[in-house]
Design a binder for this molecule. Structure first.
Ligand code: GLY
Ligand code: MN
Ligand code: MN
Length: 523
């Protein structure tokens, strides 16, 4: 199916060579353009239900988040776009997902709302929403009436094509944010009174590179009012930084979402364990594993939080193996790194490395146990007051010690552990932890002193994911190690006096995994 223009193909033969390229997508079919058709299409539809929905549970939490942002930028206009639909190819779009900063500030999850823009308009300090410094308004394209041409002719926003979407009053009721039609009011809302602050203009801060239309609107306004573009770029960059930092500590509602995402992901791993016998029989067994997890992601959540890594044998030593085109062979390990994204767009990020035939070999078990011990060392320091950096130090020290005990380090342990050494990182070149939330690598624009050097606080959620990767081509290790990659990844919530492993119910140690696989595969 494709959206059609209203030009009958019968009246275009002479235009064949003059027809603009962008119109030719309509050449394969036609929609009637007669007035009679339009008139008939405009009538005899049941009226839309105008009952207002209740407020979303997230609304009061999102209001608090907006207050946090408002307090950081008094007197400035903040422009936070959701972003447009993204073209996959030609006239086919990806499923819509808003920018995570927009989702956090509004509480809007799946499907909401392409092209929408949240604008914080500055007011006198302390007189704005919830005593803040701004009034926020959500600009979006509401569902068109059934008597409009958009209803049946617009394949990207028409109800006939994509189903019902919210109206202005509906979204206002759900979110507690005033709403306005973007086509009628957005340009004015962004540019009104904007300009050089020295001359009494309002400074705009834009979340750039999310929506080209917003970028163009703001840039044009800046040029027209003599605002320095380079300086503005620097000021703009503080907005994604603030949006990232406001997400470092999750609120109660977000923690609930994280638990839901983790629970669905653990269910996906049970499906993976069940699918392994079939994967062994298939010439692209890794795809069988990927597919088993994906079904669960769509059934219980919105989607995957990131592309699944289903990596068997030596593929497990490729850190971002997402081709998943390999065979799954008995006697090998399979590393599966996968996360379900909930409808609220919060994602889990879990890894298990399983023996394909249900039993670890001696060397596989030895390596796996080192990873378990490294993860335990990181769990032990995951509590308020520890720096984020300490998580990595705790885990990597255990791995370095183990590599030393196995005789694999080319230098004494102390020399490897020194900043000037670090030879052990050959086998674990990635970090041990990252924040987790709306993005799998959440809060990525936070400043270093808030992230790596930041102090853990209750409400933070992050991964602990040590691994060791001995490539088949790695001549620095004895042959028995080669072609083995192991990672173990769990999702952790910091509490008042320690942490909870949100994914603790998923078997983790070698014995637990063997028992689990036997259980699951026995049906
Ligand atoms: N799945 C990506 C990561 O573990 O960071
Ligand atoms: Mn991770
Ligand atoms: Mn992962």
């Amino acid at each position: 199916m494709t959206e059609e223009n209203n030009t009958s193909s019968n009246d275009t033969p002479d235009m064949a060579t003059d027809q603009p390229i962008e119109d030719r997508v309509n050449n394969r079919s036609q929609r009637p353009s007669s007035d009679a058709f339009k008139e008939f299409m405009a009538g005899q539809w049941a009226p839309a239900d105008t009952t207002l929905p209740p407020e979303d549970a997230v609304a009061p939490f999102a209001a608090k988040r907006r207050l946090g942002l408002s307090q950081r930028f008094p007197g400035e206009r903040l422009v936070i776009p959701a972003g447009p639909l993204k073209v996959r190819s030609n006239d086919t779009d990806y499923r819509f997902r808003p920018h995570s900063g927009f989702a956090h500030m509004t509480g809007l999850g799946l499907d909401h709302e392409p092209d929408a823009v949240l604008v914080f308009d500055p007011v006198e300090e302390g007189t704005g929403d919830d005593g803040g410094n701004h009034r926020a308004t959500l600009y979006f394209r509401p569902m068109a009436g059934r008597d409009t041409e958009e209803f049946y002719s617009n394949s990207r926003s028409g109800e006939f094509w994509i189903g019902q979407r919210p109206t202005l009053p509906e979204l206002r009721a759900r979110l507690g944010i005033p709403t306005a039609h973007m086509d009628e009011a957005l340009e004015d809302a962004i540019t009104r009174g904007a300009g050089n602050t020295a001359l009494g203009g309002v400074r705009i801060r834009l979340l750039r590179d999310v929506d080209l239309n917003c970028d163009a609107l703001v840039d044009t306004s800046r040029i027209n009012t003599g605002v320095d573009l380079e300086e503005s770029d620097k000021l703009d960059a503080e907005l994604p930084e603030a949006l990232s930092e406001l997400r470092l500590v999750k609120d109660e509602w977000e923690i609930e979402q994280m638990r839901a995402a983790v629970d669905a992901t653990m269910n996906g791993f049970h499906d993976v364990a069940r699918a392994l016998p079939r994967a062994v029989e298939h010439k692209r067994g890794e795809r069988v594993v990927e597919g088993a997890f994906f079904s669960r992601a769509r059934e219980e959540g919105n989607d995957l939080g990131y592309d699944t890594i289903a990596a068997s044998g030596n593929n497990a030593t490729v850190l971002h193996w997402m081709r998943n085109s390999g065979q799954v062979n008995s006697g090998d390990l399979i590393l599966v790194d996968a996360g379900v994204e909930a409808d609220s767009l919060y994602t889990a990020d879990i890894t298990r490395t399983m023996p394909v035939n249900g039993k670890y070999t001696e060397i596989q078990r030895k390596i796996y146990q080192a990873i378990v011990d490294a993860q335990d060392a990181a769990f032990a320091v995951a509590k308020p007051g520890t720096t984020f950096r300490d998580l990595h130090t705790a885990a990597i020290t255990v791995l370095a010690e183990r590599l030393d005990a196995w005789g694999l380090l080319p230098v004494p342990l102390e020399e490897a552990l020194a900043d000037t050494g670090q030879q052990h990182r050959r086998w674990m070149p990635h970090g041990t932890s990252h924040h987790l939330g709306l993005d799998v690598h959440d809060c990525a624009q936070a400043r270093r002193d808030m992230y790596l050097d930041g102090i853990l606080e209750p409400g933070m959620v992050f991964t602990i994911e040590p691994g060791l990767y001995f490539k088949a081509e790695d001549l620095a290790v004895p042959e028995e190690y080669r072609g083995i990659g192991v990672r173990l990844e769990d999702d952790v919530l910091v509490t008042e006096d320690g942490c909870v492993n949100l994914s603790a119910e998923l078997p983790r140690t070698p014995d637990e995994i063997e028992a689990w696989m036997a259980r699951v595969q026995a049906g």
